[in-house]
Design a protein around this ligand. Structure first.
Ligand SMILES: Cc1cc2nc3c(=O)[nH]c(=O)nc-3n(C[C@H](O)[C@H](O)[C@H](O)COP(=O)(O)OP(=O)(O)OC[C@H]3O[C@@H](n4cnc5c(N)ncnc54)[C@H](O)[C@@H]3O)c2cc1C
Length: 384
């Protein structure tokens, strides 16, 4: 079945993305993987090519693109080429930080941050998770207390992508002085630039997607100007919930593209590899596995494409997004596992794309909300 999500403009944009990926990413990716770091030059190159901050208004240096399919093209290209660490780094900046600023930040904040974000001269992180609280963000302990017109921010975050390489983080902090599990209006969001009292901890040694740096962040009485509060104090959790659909849709898009790429690589491998005088693809088991996988790939694509169109219409709610993420991320996890098996021992060797995809896909059912939390969101909506 042919996909009919994209039109000519998206395919032209895909050509730009593919050319960028082959020129700026492919030759260096293995080195970045070894360094556990994507260099800043990649960000400015992406910005220069018009691949960052697509939704940033034109007068602030972006393209003012509200059609999510252009963002999805980028996600698909980085996932399909097994450069998912680059996709992840850009995702945090463009699918997580940017939508919050676009939706809730003051004009002053937008003018200070968005041009650099679109140009790639400013790299951002989203800092919500803490050592003691991930799924349950009401348990976070990082706090901001008023000090005149400013706020003083203290606490610790963990698992923060772009935390080492970035310039600033969108930080969720408790602002009502409460302890224990907070209320829905106990938290606020701040755009916090690196500076005095803001330090990074050790790089976390991930099993995959190593080129994207992931670190702890520490805030020791960081002075945050009142103007860097995003929107209203006490609305941080509401804002975060409001922007979850885009983040989860993006993970579904990447999952779907990765699943397709792994399927295609496995068909090629199974046609080339021989055993017992036959091609691996000639064993009935291989064909059955691949028949299941192809069907799942197509069902996932169809579902995720529909979710993208719903998002463009402003109709993808939190439950829809949770379902799309749950389905697509669980599918790609299972698909990479079965495709790896068809590679035999080579599937376990990192030089083979399927091994890298297996490690990358393992994150997708955890990050951005675990599958259990997705089921909880969907289950509660059913029980209402
Ligand atoms: C590589 C990587 C990058 C990340 N990047 C970022 C980032 O940039 N910014 C950021 O803020 N965070 C980031 N995260 C954090 C990520 O979003 C969290 O790890 C995730 O939300 C889960 O939180 P947790 O690790 O604290 O697990 P926990 O919340 O401790 O969960 C542990 C287990 O309990 C289950 N569980 C929890 N609550 C329930 C429930 N109510 N019902 C059933 N089961 C439940 C979970 O599903 C899980 O299986 C990243 C994580 C990783 C691994």
């Amino acid at each position: 079945m042919k996909r009919n999500l994209y039109d000519e403009d998206h395919e032209l944009f895909r050509e730009v993305a593919q050319e960028f990926n082959s020129r700026e990413v492919a030759p260096h990716y293995a080195q970045w993987d070894a360094d556990h770091l994507i260099p800043r030059s990649l960000w400015t190159a992406a910005g220069g090519q018009g691949l960052l901050g697509l939704a940033v208004p034109e007068d602030l240096g972006g393209m003012g693109m509200t059609d999510y399919r252009f963002r999805a093209v980028l996600d698909e290209e980085f996932a399909a080429s097994n450069h998912l660490a680059v996709g992840l780094a850009l995702h945090l900046h463009d699918d997580m930080v940017l939508p919050h600023l676009l939706a809730y930040a003051s004009e002053d904040l937008k003018q200070r941050w968005l041009p650099g974000m679109a140009a790639g001269t400013t790299v951002t992180s989203i800092a919500m998770t803490e050592p003691g609280a991930g799924s349950d963000l009401r348990g976070i302990r990082t706090k901001a207390v008023r000090d005149g017109d400013d706020w003083l921010l203290s606490g610790q975050k963990t698992f923060i992508g772009n935390g080492l390489s970035g310039d600033a983080a969108l930080v969720l902090a408790r602002t009502d002085g409460s302890t224990g599990r907070g209320n829905k209006d106990s938290f606020s969001l701040f755009m916090v630039a690196k500076g005095e009292g803001y330090s990074t901890g050790k790089q976390l040694d991930k099993m995959g997607l190593k080129a994207s740096d992931t670190t702890e962040l520490f805030f020791d009485n960081v002075r945050v100007p009142g103007a860097d509060l995003v929107g209203e104090a006490g609305s941080g959790l509401e804002y975060a919930a409001g922007q979850l659909p885009q983040g989860r849709l993006a993970i579904a898009v990447a999952s779907s593209a990765l699943a397709r790429a792994v399927y295609e690589a496995t068909v090629t491998y199974a046609k080339d590899r021989n055993a017992f005088g036959e091609r691996v693809i000639d064993f009935q088991n291989s064909r059955f596995v691949l028949a299941d996988v192809l069907t799942e790939v197509q069902v996932t694509e169809t579902y995720v494409d529909a979710a993208m169109l719903a998002f463009n219409r402003g109709e993808l709610d939190a439950v829809d997004a949770a379902q799309a993420k749950l389905w697509a991320s669980e599918r790609v996890k299972s698909i990479t596992d079965r495709c790896l098996q068809l590679h035999g021992g080579y599937g376990y060797i990192l030089e083979y794309p399927v091994a890298q995809a297996f490690l990358a896909s393992r994150l997708l059912t955890i990050f951005g909300g675990t599958s259990e939390i997705m089921r909880d969101i969907v289950g509660r909506s059913i029980a209402r």
